[in-house]
Write a new protein. Structure first.
Length: 45
């Protein structure tokens, strides 16, 4: 029983890590888009 719980906990931890990693990439892409838009605005002034 303990092994099943530990296995489930390990799988949950790995899944959460991958989810956070994916969210970090999404946030980074959004930041890049904002930065590019700000650069475009500055260049047009």
């Amino acid at each position: 029983m303990i092994r099943a719980i530990l296995l489930g906990l390990a799988l949950f931890t790995l899944t959460a890590c991958e989810t956070a990693k994916g969210a970090g990439k999404d946030i980074e892409k959004a930041g890049d888009a904002i930065q590019n838009a700000a650069t475009d605005v500055q260049q047009s002034l």
